[in-house]
Design a protein around this ligand. Structure first.
Ligand code: ADP
Ligand code: MG
Length: 250
């Protein structure tokens, strides 16, 4: 089976000469959960935009082989929830279905499903300003899932949240992934978050970003709170941190 996403010799130099990414080669198998960690400004968001096809590489190629191609095949969650403040939760989550012209009745059913999935069924009539930061991020996740994407891209989605909320959303995201089995690419600057969530971690160097380590995370599923303080978790976190520090000092 071909990989869900393949980067072959991908480079990105912006028009102003900024060298963001250099020679990225990796493939993501269908249904896998991969995290990308790297220093700020190292090209992580650029990598995600290339994965989504929002940007074109200046060299190499990005190949997507999605189970259900077409509009809605890719879900994108930004660091900021980017909700429409004047629209209620239901309308925010319905937006991608409106853009892909899904009939209203079907759209309503799918919006209800997505909101139930993130535990916000009781909040469909609320407005973004009436919600906590964690709830707003749940809305953004429901909006990304409503088209049932086969590739889910997340760009530091929980970075602005307090640790308790972040841990809770980590577990929710893993539950959603088990349920939907889409291919997930999750960008974070938090080593602990990467180790907790992912089956595999790609460590990016400072700009121009290269992959300096590709680390398999062999920890038991489903994850549990106790794992965060276990020896294997700490050893893996140390290995990822070491790769990061070496890349920064190189
Ligand atoms: P990260 O997400 O890891 O913090 P980014 O991918 O956002 O890094 O950015 C990588 C580098 O590319 C940064 O130096 C950033 O300023 C630069 N960059 C990002 N987008 C553009 C753009 N559209 N034009 C020029 N430079 C950009
Ligand atoms: Mg970024």
């Amino acid at each position: 089976m071909p990989a869900a996403l393949t980067f072959e010799g991908v480079e990105k130099v912006f028009a102003d000469g900024t060298d963001a990414l250099a020679g990225l080669d990796f493939r993501l198998d269908h249904g896998t959960f991969t995290a990308v960690v790297g220093p700020s400004g190292g090209g992580k968001s650029t990598l995600l935009r290339l994965a989504a096809g929002l940007l074109a590489p200046t060299a190499g190629q990005v190949i997507r082989t999605l189970a259900t191609p077409g509009p809605g095949a890719i879900g994108y969650v930004f660091q900021d929830p980017t909700l429409m403040p004047w629209a209620d939760v239901r309308t925010n989550v319905r937006l991608p279905l409106k853009l892909t012209r899904v009939p209203r009745r079907e759209a309503d059913a799918r919006v209800a499903d997505a909101l139930a999935l993130v535990g916000l069924d009781a909040f469909a009539d609320r407005y973004p300003l009436q919600l906590s930061g964690g709830m707003r991020m749940r809305v953004a996740i429901a909006r990304a899932l409503v088209t049932e994407p086969s590739l889910l891209l997340l760009d530091e989605p929980f970075a602005a949240l307090d640790e308790i909320t972040r841990f809770r959303l980590n577990d929710e995201l893993l539950r959603l992934w088990q349920l939907r089995r889409c291919t997930v690419l999750f960008v974070t600057h938090s080593v602990g978050e990467a180790v907790y969530l992912a089956e595999r971690i790609l460590v990016l160097s400072p700009r121009p970003g290269r992959i300096v380590a590709d680390i398999a995370v062999a920890l038991p599923q489903p994850r549990s709170a106790a794992l965060r303080t276990s020896r294997p978790f700490e050893d893996l976190s140390a290995a990822v941190s070491r790769a990061l520090v070496e890349a920064i000092q190189a």
